[in-house]
Design a protein around this ligand. Structure first.
Ligand code: ADP
Ligand code: MG
Length: 403
């Protein structure tokens, strides 16, 4: 994966570049952009390309429009916000292909920036229709493709993958390059010991990730509801905890693989359990610590890892040189059940290890913990991150040039 070419490996001076960015930003109820993180995140790649003397045609999706008439999904407000941040005009075209696009793009000079309308206004986008992809390139006159939208790189859509077939140069932007460096290179040849922390709700969501990472890591720490299915596999009663009884065999197979590979495989030694979980009011009652050896009584559910487990996991993390973390240790959305997750976040921060965190909820959890700025890398991918960790080739990366 380190073999993928990036914008730093090619000469784009004077070239018109089709850049797939992730401008899928949230809006508040007044129609204003409520979080511009993704626009800010795109700036380094865009500025680099402009400094190199390229002109930029930007494409992105926004939300899930049903048709072109769904104007609340227009990217027009993003053009304005981007223009302010870049300190230069950004021309918005309210289409992706066709006469208007041809007219505006044919007049572009180096340093110019054009933003196309939401690519998902065309159903051809998600279908990765080759004629549509070809028109995106022909009508804009683009000579190169830069993909910098990691969050959609696991989808083979026209703007994420299809367009690559119609340009001679296709490379990764700086955001994707960084994702590949941390999720890929730094876990393929990790500084050891390499510890993987996995949690979250379901074994079924993560079994392929577990399997792939057991080939790379020295230790694997399991938390979250996932741990209870492992508890079942060890023959314990798990009470009313969230378990997947039909995944017990997968859990057993993972433990056997860990043993065969000599990977230290740690499961919780104690759990915080509650009788009532009130998601609406984000509270639990009563809450107590029970040893895993005793299982969990009926009428009670596991909601977090317990203090002894925190200590055990903390020691392992502090002794690691690389840490990869996906999946919260408990129901971190409820304050009383966030202790395990936050304590693990603290240990990761303290460890000084190369630390990589990925997964939609895991990223929310690390931000909530207050330790986000102590982590080496926070992956932006969500679903794409998990697929990458599963060892799948992402279509939006697979189409890029190799070194
Ligand atoms: P990610 O999005 O980072 O990949 P997941 O979606 O797999 O993570 O898991 C996150 C969810 O797992 C959170 O909503 C959290 O509440 C839930 N979870 C963690 N521990 C438990 C538990 N003990 N019981 C129920 N849900 C849990
Ligand atoms: Mg999730």
């Amino acid at each position: 994966m380190s073999q993928i070419k990036t914008i730093k490996d090619v000469d784009l001076k004077g070239k018109k570049v089709f850049v797939r960015v992730d401008f899928n930003v949230p809006f508040d109820n007044t129609g204003a952009i409520s979080d511009d993180t993704r626009i800010v995140a795109a700036l380094p790649t865009l500025k680099y390309l402009l400094d190199e003397g390229a002109s930029l045609v930007l494409a992105s999706h926004l939300g899930r429009p049903k048709s072109k008439e769904d104007k609340q999904f227009s990217l027009a407000p993003v053009a304005k916000a981007l223009s302010e941040k870049l300190g230069k005009p950004v021309t918005f075209v309210d289409d992706c292909i066709g006469e208007k696009v041809k007219e505006v793009c044919s007049k572009m000079k180096p340093g110019d920036v054009v933003l196309l309308e939401n690519s998902r206004f065309y159903p051809e986008e998600k279908k990765n229709n080759p004629e549509f992809a070809k028109k995106l390139i022909e009508d804009t006159g683009a000579e190169a493709f830069v993909n910098d939208a990691f969050g959609t790189a696991h989808r083979a859509h026209a703007t994420t993958a299809g367009v690559a077939a119609f340009v001679p140069v296709k490379v990764a932007g700086l955001l994707i390059a960084k994702e590949l460096e941390f999720l890929g290179e730094k876990t393929a040849n990790p500084e050891r010991p390499f510890t993987v922390i996995l949690g979250g709700s379901k074994v079924s969501d993560k079994i392929t990730v577990i399997d792939a990472l057991l080939d790379k890591c020295d230790a694997m720490l399991i938390g979250g509801a996932m741990a209870y299915t492992f508890g079942l596999a060890l023959g314990k009663n798990m009470g009313d905890s969230l378990v997947e009884a039909d995944k017990v065999d997968l859990a057993k197979a993972a433990m056997e693989k860990a043993k065969a590979k000599g990977v230290k495989f740690l499961l919780p030694v104690d759990n915080m359990v509650a009788e009532h979980i009130d998601f609406a009011n984000a509270s639990v009652s009563p809450l107590k610590d029970v040893k895993c050896a005793d299982g969990i009584d009926n009428g009670w559910s596991g909601v977090d890892i317990g203090p002894e487990t925190i200590e055990l996991y903390r020691k392992q993390i502090l002794g690691s040189k690389t840490v990869l973390w996906n999946g919260p240790m408990g129901i971190f959305e409820i304050k009383e059940c966030a202790k395990g997750t936050f304590a693990i976040a603290e240990a990761v921060a303290e460890s000084g290890a190369i630390s990589i965190i990925g997964g939609g909820d895991s990223v929310k959890a690390i931000k909530k913990s207050g330790y986000a700025n102590k982590v080496s890398f926070i992956s932006t991918g969500g679903g794409a991150t998990l697929e990458f960790l599963e060892g799948k080739e992402l279509p939006g990366v697979a189409v890029l040039d190799r070194k």
